[in-house]
Design a binder for this molecule. Structure first.
Ligand SMILES: CC(C)(COP(=O)(O)OP(=O)(O)OC[C@H]1O[C@@H](n2cnc3c(N)ncnc32)[C@H](O)[C@@H]1OP(=O)(O)O)[C@@H](O)C(=O)NCCC(=O)NCCS
Length: 177
């Protein structure tokens, strides 16, 4: 996909074990730790597992890996992290790896590519995200993309704000009628 970011090429590709050292390096960056301090993503295990309810994706900008995206079906995800949620939703996790790449519009391009990917499937009605309550910049980022605040919710040790973007709002946002 050509992003709106000054003619650059933003693509999402499947993450693999070849990305292990890069993902571990990104895990050590303070802005990545701050957005998700209590999770161990267990890359060695998860990068070789391919459950039908999940995609793990690397975003590449002009061929350079810049960030990670995970898209799950929250109703089918095997730890039931999201609890009882309706079918036909998706939940997304996103981060940019290097601090120098923040605030340049790359995250917006990544989310737009992820939202298109999710809503391409006609049955999908909405997308969930769960930034930490303290992650004010992420809240602004999601609100600008059209996400609406749903409720505060405790996930394990993390107090989060749940946001949702429904298909109708996404259509309006993208002027699709
Ligand atoms: C959230 C994130 C993906 C947004 O991507 P981005 O490329 O920085 O965002 P964009 O440049 O497209 O948009 C900039 C907006 O993102 C928001 N933003 C969120 N986190 C930011 C950060 N650490 N630095 C700069 N902007 C950030 C701001 O609202 C900013 O808008 P503003 O200029 O009005 O303040 C990215 O900042 C990031 O990876 N942050 C750390 C990890 C994280 O918080 N992930 C979300 C967990 S739910």
């Amino acid at each position: 996909m050509k992003s709106k970011h000054s003619g650059t090429d933003l693509r999402l590709r499947k993450a693999s074990l070849n990305d292990l050292s890069l993902l571990r390096h990104w895990d050590k960056q303070p802005h990545v730790i701050a957005c998700d301090p209590n999770d161990d993503w267990q890359w060695e295990t998860e990068l070789v597992r391919d459950p039908y309810w999940r995609e793990q994706l690397i975003a590449e900008l002009d061929g350079r890996p810049i960030g990670f995206l995970q898209i799950i079906d929250p109703a089918l995800e095997d730890s039931h992290y999201w609890g009882d949620v309706p079918a036909n939703l998706r939940a997304i996790d996103i981060w940019i790896g290097e601090e120098a790449d923040l605030g340049k519009g790359y995250g917006t391009a990544m989310m737009q590519a992820a939202l298109e990917r999710c809503f391409k499937k006609k049955a999908i009605t909405g997308i969930l995200i769960d930034p930490l309550e303290s992650n004010l910049r992420a809240h602004r980022f999601y609100e600008r993309l059209g996400f609406r605040f749903v409720k505060k919710r405790q996930f394990g040790d993390d107090l989060c704000k749940v946001y949702q973007l429904n298909r109708e709002e996404w259509n309006r946002w993208n002027k699709i009628v």
